[in-house]
Design a protein around this ligand. Structure first.
Ligand SMILES: Nc1ncnc2c1ncn2[C@@H]1O[C@H](COP(=O)(O)OS(=O)(=O)O)[C@@H](OP(=O)(O)O)[C@H]1O
Ligand SMILES: Nc1ncnc2c1ncn2[C@@H]1O[C@H](COP(=O)(O)OP(=O)(O)O)[C@@H](O)[C@H]1O
Length: 241
């Protein structure tokens, strides 16, 4: 825990929230959604490494764009190159102390902060009216529930759709496209989800993609698109203020 220094503006004022005042935007979420003809939302893919999160999310993204929707995609590996970069990436530019303080690995606390940051960004994107796809292992229910609360407080109930990509560990290990399971099983990667770190399966996901042999990414994406249609995401839903 870093004790604020005298030069830290918060040390004099005590509670930082006293000096940070929420500013209501002039342009409302409702007008952004009306312009886009859709409801901003977050479609949150969770599951083991190799379960198919990125593939299905990209397929859904393609379907959404094809139907004229405005969507965007946040992916674990990619976001960990920038917003949630590890210490090794930050050190060169920012120095060791900064890198150790703000860089993220895979400890429970680092994963918590990773998902908290992404949840805040995803909520802002949904607030702009975008269908925001997010594909992260996000192994802890508490972290996923926190994003759900954040998104639905900013918007409305139903704006967060949890998609459990329920592919068995054995299948993920057989796929192992990045060779990470092989490394993890050889002890070369610590805290690897499903091998040496826990994964808490969603208790009540909006969409449960149960693994079936022959089920294609397109099948999964179309199933999600259908649920989104039924939930009024594409323009026949009441806009929020
Ligand atoms: N220790 C460990 N555990 C799990 N995954 C690991 C680990 N180290 C690296 N990777 C690679 O990082 C991707 C997971 O990053 P996420 O940001 O989605 O993880 S988390 O949500 O913070 O748990 C994940 O990407 P996907 O395979 O696309 O899921 C892995 O390839
Ligand atoms: N429905 C599917 N059927 C067969 N292979 C799949 C399916 N979905 C994904 N894959 C393959 O599994 C591997 C891991 O998929 P990926 O989307 O990278 O998973 P994740 O993002 O969860 O790590 C990739 O090689 C991908 O082509």
């Amino acid at each position: 825990m870093t004790v604020p220094s005298d030069s830290d503006p918060t040390s004099a004022s005590g509670d930082i929230s006293e000096n940070i005042v929420w500013h209501e935007n002039t342009v409302t979420r409702a007008s952004r959604q009306s312009n886009l003809g859709q409801r901003g939302c977050v479609v949150w893919f969770t599951g083991l490494s190799g379960c198919g999160k990125s593939t299905i999310a990209n397929e859904l993204d393609r379907l959404l764009i094809a139907r004229g929707a405005a969507s965007t995609l946040l992916d674990g590996d990619n976001v960990r190159h920038g917003l949630c970069a590890p210490p090794a990436v930050l050190q060169g530019e920012h120095g060791q102390a900064f890198a150790e303080r703000f860089g993220l690995g895979f400890s429970p606390t680092d994963r918590e902060e990773n998902i908290r940051r992404i949840g805040a960004v995803a909520s802002l994107m949904a607030g702009a009216g975008l269908v925001t796809l997010a594909a992260f292992v996000s192994p802890y229910q508490r972290d996923r529930d926190r994003v759900r609360r954040m998104v639905e407080q900013d918007g409305q109930a139903g704006d967060f759709l949890e998609v459990f990509v329920d592919t068995p560990l054995e299948v993920c290990q057989q796929r192992d496209p990045k060779g990470l399971y092989k490394k993890a099983l050889a002890g070369e990667i610590a805290h690897f989800t499903g091998i040496s770190d826990p994964y808490e399966a969603p208790e009540r996901p909006e969409i449960h993609l149960q693994f079936r042999e022959g089920m294609t990414p397109l099948d999964a994406a179309e199933e999600i698109g259908q649920v989104m249609q039924e939930r009024g995401i594409f323009g026949d839903s009441p806009a929020t203020g």
